[in-house]
Ligand binder design. Sequence first.
Ligand SMILES: Cc1ncc(COP(=O)(O)O)c(C=O)c1O
Length: 402
Amino acid sequence: MSKLVAARPQIGIGGCRVPDRAKQLVMEVLNSNRLSAGPMIDQFERQMAELHARRFGLFTNSGTSALQIALAALKERHGWHDGDEVLVPALTFVATSNVVLYNGLRPVFVDVEPDRYCIDPAQIERHITPKTKAIMPVHIAGLPCEMDPVLEIAARHDLRVVEDSAESMFVRYRGRPVGSMSDIGCFSTYVAHIITTGVGGFCVTDDDELIVMLKSLMNHGRDSIYTRIDDDAGREGQALFEIADRRFSFVRLGYSYRCTEMEAALGLAQLETREADWRRRQTIARRLCEGLAPLADHLQLPAERDGAEHAWMFFPLVLRTGAVERAAVIQYLEDHQIETRYLLPLLNQPVYRQLFGDLEPMYPVAANLNRRAFYIGCHAGMTDEEVDHILDCFHTLFRNHA
Ligand SMILES: Cc1ncc(COP(=O)(O)O)c(C=O)c1O
């Protein structure tokens, strides 16, 4: 690698520049001496619920914890047994199916669409057994799944649905926001996601009973009478005693999955700029699509979906058969300061091979993507010059291999 090439800062999968507004809100938190769930978290939860057309939002310390307690709440409410099955896409971030295992349930994989990488509705029904209890569609890279057939199948087989929307926020599928089309929708606010609070995640739901269970589950399994330190505010007499009496009562096996006011402050600042940030992601995605279109013989570019918006968390690409080997492409891009990730390979992960053996032959689309797919960044912090650099690199790479 030449020194000249190395001099450029890396073009990351995500970019983090904490805006002044976020610093101001974090300072408000610090000056208030209130770090545990308070007004910032309340407001963040209210706004996230509203933006996703839900009655309730719950801020947790990760997308994974949000997904884990979503399944735990449904398992408890519906009386699922250990070993019951949950359908998950054969290509997704490992957390989607890990949370099924954390809950003593069995992930059953469903192959994905070859061009959009989300769960393939046409493949779902052949995996349904008497033990199947739920489906977890994942809105990959910001693109909503084809939800209508997923929901129709779920309704016909009486399955619950948990949307893993860790990679998508705010966008709509046939008029409905991601996260709003299921029993519980879950998001992540981890680094490089649509909004970033360092660590963080969300459950959103419309269900009065589920939100109480979720609050309890993220809070050591506490009695619902007291899951936040303000729950006794303004109470007196018998009502106050009742809280005091049950404040330290734990009614289920729960977890410690709380966030602080500081993460919420970071999130609130980004809600203010979310539309401008999304427009910037769209512009970058459009420039990448247009600029890479002449290389369509080598590269499968991301496809959008009729009736759906795209949040563009990242920019997925698949090398066509006979094109350059993926290793050579990744090496070239990384050498030229373009960060890459493989496109969410799951079934070939060492830990999944240990747990399930070699499943790839049953999932030809995911298996192919595990070998040929990768992604690069597509975020609001990228400059036009960086997009030009990415395009130049791809054109040079394929010209040299033509
Ligand atoms: C599809 C999907 N699900 C779940 C997660 C987990 O979120 P977190 O890293 O906040 O735990 C991620 C994170 O990258 C993800 O992409």
